[in-house]
Design a protein around this ligand. Structure first.
Ligand code: UDP
Length: 235
């Protein structure tokens, strides 16, 4: 395996499957199997999951809600997704721990870096819920932050698209996919990989990001093996 310890970022929307909202148990079970494949090969796995399938603070704010209130609701949505994913991973036979940036001690450990690292060393999958614990941030930023903190080798951003393109492939037929691109070129070309805060944190800490299609069976394993799947962003 090319990567010994990964931080996998899944968006909340990815959990919807074919639904318009919420969580699709079939999709959860599929993800659990993909994750099991790399777990069986000894990869240490930390996961940050989004909440967009349930609630986004920005959406709340645009409907007149207080932004900070909305963001905390968004963070709680990521905990719900984290619990769902935890259940699916355990159903598939893996040991897990959920750690949250906001304390909800009846259901999750509080985030403690040293504990998280120990769990990873013992082969437990650690899911980080409640984002960074702060409003005005995203789960992409939480993913990079936790990735840096636990010394992950790479951030794997599992999405519904198969990488970073020169333009929006749905609008521009000449759009081409990058296999590799530097952080600087992403900025120079104005491409969208992650929000600026997340992206800069990754760049400053020289933590590569791989954007890949998580919905294609076997892709996660291939990425961990070091095959050229998706787009790798490096310094
Ligand atoms: N959020 C936040 N702080 C964080 C992470 C998330 O306030 O550190 C809130 C924010 O409102 C965001 C929502 O949680 O809209 C869900 O996260 P995100 O939109 O990143 O989820 P995804 O797009 O990955 O599903």
């Amino acid at each position: 395996m090319k990567y010994k310890r990964i931080l996998l970022k899944l968006s909340g929307e990815a959990l919807m499957g074919d639904r318009q909202y919420g969580i699709d148990p079939k999709r959860l079970a599929e993800y659990a199997q993909e994750i099991k494949e790399i777990h069986d090969k000894g990869v240490e796995i930390a996961i940050v999951i989004g909440g967009g399938n349930i609630f986004r603070g920005v959406a709340g704010a645009s409907n007149g809600m207080d932004r900070v209130q909305g963001d905390y609701m968004g963070m709680l949505a990521t905990v719900i997704n984290g619990m769902a994913l935890q259940g699916a991973l355990e159903e598939a036979g893996m040991q897990t721990r959920l750690q949250t940036a906001l304390k909800i001690e009846a259901i999750a450990e509080p985030y403690i870096k040293r504990k998280a690292t120990r769990h990873l060393e013992k082969g437990r999958i650690v899911i980080f819920g409640a984002g960074t614990g702060n409003p005005y941030f995203t789960t992409d930023t939480a993913a990079v932050l936790r990735g840096v903190e636990v010394n992950a080798d790479v951030i794997l951003k599992g999405t519904r698209v198969d990488g970073v393109y020169s333009a929006d492939p749905e609008k521009d037929t000449n759009a081409t996919k990058f296999d590799y691109i530097s952080f600087e070129d992403v900025l120079a070309k104005g491409l969208n990989v992650m929000d600026t805060t997340a992206f800069t944190l990754s760049q400053e800490n020289k933590l590569p990001i791989i954007v890949f299609d998580m919905n294609k069976e076997g892709n996660l394993l291939k990425v961990c093996e070091g095959q050229t799947i998706g787009t790798t962003v490096t310094i």
